[in-house]
Design a protein around this ligand. Structure first.
Ligand code: ACO
Length: 321
């Protein structure tokens, strides 16, 4: 038994911010950002939250699948930028869309979060705990980015993507791989507020995202081709069998590096990061929804989804559309 994606949805904040606009805030330029990252603009929240965007994306995914919120048995929300600590984003989504029969909880694996959530949904279905799920990745990275740090503020955007999955007898997800390496957590980090209680007072050590860009770059370009290879082995396929590689949209040069290592033409790696930037856990379902709505995903196509992020974490999934 496996799971099949039956519907997709996505949502972006209304406000668009171009590289030129950021160049008015920090010492950078449209040319630098485009050349180094491939990013031209991104959407930034002016009040939208991880839950509000995810709820929109989930509603659209259900509509696409022709299902109602009452039928949903599980809601998994991947996010590292929830609006609230409690209640979790997934419970807020449940309330917003009226999915009163679902079990809902969050999961944080940074930019690989959506894939980790999808794998969890697969495990729930495989174990007979649920027959379907809404899986969403949703981020408001703008609130943890230091808007005075040109090295990071140009990279990220806000948004949400979602898929509705159901158990299926054949096709669907064919192979899945996940990896974590906590020993390299400092490569991409954002500390939480310090503990302040009558018993302990923690040190304030900065509230913003810190990143070793070069380390992330080499981790992704070295590790992701191996991870994709493992997932393909599990699914009994090779890179030649894959129609499209839908990768975490961190950076055009990273995706080009991965394509080169896999000896696959870059045309099989669709991208939307020029318009949305790096939206962390939202990036894979956002792109998937865009391709679905453009009619570029045909029944029987083989897709690879692959993500990597803070933790460090990475994963890959091979599926038949
Ligand atoms: N505009 C202009 N100059 C900049 C900017 C900017 N926005 N950012 C950095 N620079 C400068 C640096 O200050 C440095 O100047 P210096 O030589 O005077 O010190 C110079 O550019 C080179 O800096 P590097 O950090 O060495 O630049 P690099 O070529 O490595 O590019 C980048 C930086 C784009 C971040 C690159 O390392 C990269 O793509 N890394 C991948 C990181 C990534 O995609 N992270 C996404 C989040 S993590 C994730 O999604 C998993």
């Amino acid at each position: 038994m496996s799971i099949k994606i039956m519907g997709t949805g996505s949502a972006l904040p209304v406000r668009t911010v171009t590289n030129d606009e950021i160049a008015g805030m920090v010492d950078t330029s449209d040319q630098w950002v485009r050349e180094r990252t491939g990013i031209g603009s991104r959407h930034v929240s002016t009040g939208e939250t991880a839950a509000s965007l995810a709820a929109q994306a989930c509603s659209l995914a259900l509509k696409d699948a022709g299902r109602t919120a009452q039928e949903v048995e599980l809601i998994l929300a991947a996010t590292c930028t929830p609006e609230d600590v409690v209640p979790c984003t997934a419970c807020q989504i449940q309330d917003r869309i009226g999915a009163e029969n679902a079990v809902a909880f969050d999961l944080n694996a940074a930019c690989a979060g959506f894939l980790f959530a999808l794998h969890t949904a697969w495990a729930y279905v495989e174990a007979g705990i649920a027959a379907n799920a809404l899986v969403t990745g949703s981020e408001i990275l703008s609130k943890i980015v230091d808007w005075e740090d040109r090295g990071t503020c140009v990279l990220f955007g806000d948004g949400a993507g979602a898929v509705y999955v159901e158990k299926c007898g054949e096709g669907g997800i064919l192979g899945f791989v996940q990896h974590s390496d906590g020993s390299r957590g400092s490569v991409l980090s954002c500390v939480s507020r310090p503990t302040e209680t009558p018993f302990f007072r923690g040190q304030e050590s900065g509230r913003y995202l810190k990143m070793d860009g070069r380390e992330i770059f080499s981790f992704a370009v070295r590790q992701i081709p191996l991870t994709i290879g493992e997932a393909l082995d599990k699914g009994g396929l090779s890179v030649q069998d894959v129609d499209l590689f839908i990768l975490h949209q961190a950076n055009r040069r990273i995706i080009e590096g991965i394509a080169k290592r896999l000896s696959v033409d870059i045309s099989r790696f669709p991208m939307n990061l020029d318009r949305v930037g790096n939206t962390s856990s939202a990036s894979i379902p956002l792109l998937l929804d865009e391709l679905n709505r453009e009619g570029r995903l045909k029944k029987g196509m083989r897709l690879v989804l692959s993500g990597f992020g803070g933790g460090l974490t990475c994963g890959a999934c091979v599926l038949e559309w």
